[in-house]
Design a protein around this ligand. Structure first.
Ligand SMILES: Cc1cc2nc3c(=O)[nH]c(=O)nc-3n(C[C@H](O)[C@H](O)[C@H](O)COP(=O)(O)O)c2cc1C
Length: 379
């Protein structure tokens, strides 16, 4: 059993410890994946099958930084939007915002986050981006966008790959439809995870902080409650017209969709299958990035997430066409394993792996990566 944080050598070690410390229903929420989880596994496995070509005698590493929308970040990865992160451990949102500020990486705040836009912007400052799900109420959507802009946020991420429903088999098997039994089971489960239960008792329930003022009743069920369903290109126009900052569309997997989005005024494409959370039989994102880059040409900013569990995977994504990557669950594994310190530890692991990987590949900067850095891509 791993006890000391320094003995957690990789993201998987954090995941194992988080799983042992969290009640099962919290772990299932964090890890949740469509169907039997085949899509989530495929994302990770696909990275593992790609091998590098290491150029030797190529000189020193100068920087790990990348530029995105006119701003330089210290790492080629940021923190993906994750709703209700404080359910995993109280203070996770705060820890992620502190990390973004101190290590100069972007953090995308979810519409359904457990902390408000205003509070998170105070901490993360100009490293904070905002992610929007289209609310059933356009007034609420507009208000959220205004709040983000007023808080100084200039990059908006519009997520289009969630339709309000999913089936996570592991969660369904563990959830009794009878309220009394379900609640008893959860209480028993939580009481066996003493440190988690204690911090929850002290801090009280976690809420979707940005949404409580709009619709108190439905914010508990967000985003199931009538949002983001049946989206069309008209909805993209609506968001584009309401937002004067940079706009990224998150959840695209096809070159034609990406091309159309750019022609409709989007500033960047975020290739994502939501970490395999909503549709099991999608290709791994690393397998579609090459075709999307080819379709869009070299100038369009491309972001990729889903399945990145180490720094080498970050470098593979850049080599195959992404400008930047984002990472989701690993930061929550850190929080589940060690509370807020674990979020920093997840960063430390990833940053160190990125640095070592770039040195090994003979790259002075992440921009030196390219197709020439890859030996083979096995589907
Ligand atoms: C607990 C959790 C909550 C999430 N909530 C959101 C969300 O509110 N909005 C969103 O666009 N994506 C959300 N995502 C998806 C992530 O932004 C990201 O696409 C995904 O986690 C990347 O895969 P990875 O976890 O394998 O890195 C969530 C993911 C997790 C694990």
């Amino acid at each position: 059993m791993i006890k000391d944080i320094s003995t957690c050598a990789c993201i998987n070690d954090l995941a194992l410890r988080a799983k042992s410390r969290l009640p099962r229903f919290v772990w299932n929420q964090l890890e949740g994946a469509a169907g039997e989880g085949g899509g989530a596994c495929r994302n990770e496995d696909a990275f593992g099958k790609i091998l590098f070509r290491a150029h030797r005698l190529a000189g020193p590493l100068h920087a790990t930084s990348v530029e995105m929308f006119g701003r330089t970040y210290d790492q080629p990865f940021g923190i993906a939007p994750m709703s209700l992160a404080d359910t995993v451990w109280r203070g996770t949102d705060r820890a992620m915002a502190d990390l973004a500020a101190s290590c100069n990486i972007p953090l995308v705040l979810s519409t359904g986050s457990s902390s408000t836009i205003e509070r998170m912007a105070q901490i993360a400052r100009d490293r904070l981006w905002f992610q929007i799900y289209l609310r059933a109420s356009k007034t609420a959507t507009l208000d959220l966008l205004n709040r983000a802009w007023k808080a100084g946020i200039t990059v908006l991420v519009f997520t289009v790959d969630y339709t309000g429903e999913h089936r996570w088999n592991a969660t369904l098997r563990a959830t009794d439809s009878r309220w009394a039994l379900r609640t008893t089971y959860r209480l028993l489960d939580a009481s066996r995870r003493f440190s988690w239960a204690l911090q929850r008792i002290i801090n009280g329930p976690v809420r979707r902080a940005n949404l409580v003022s709009y619709d108190q009743a439905s914010s508990a069920n967000f985003p199931e409650s009538g949002s983001n369903e049946g989206l069309t290109w008209e909805d993209l126009h609506f968001i584009r017209n309401c937002w004067r900052g940079k706009l990224v569309i998150k959840g695209l997997m096809l070159p034609d969709d990406a091309h159309r989005a750019i022609s409709e005024g989007v500033d960047g494409i975020w290739i994502s299958n939501h970490g395999g959370r909503h549709l099991e039989s999608l290709p791994a994102t690393i397998h579609v990035v090459g075709a999307i880059r080819e379709k869009l040409g070299p100038a369009t900013p491309i972001i990729l997430d889903s399945g990145i569990r180490n720094g080498e995977s970050v470098l593979k994504a850049l080599a195959l066409g992404a400008n930047m990557t984002f990472i989701g669950r690993p930061f929550l594994y850190g929080a589940g394993a060690f509370g807020p310190h674990g979020v920093q530890h997840a960063y430390n692991i990833l940053a160190s792996e990125v640095r070592i990987g770039l040195k090994q590949l003979g790259c002075g900067t992440p921009q030196d990566l390219g197709r020439q850095s890859i030996a083979e891509v096995t589907p």
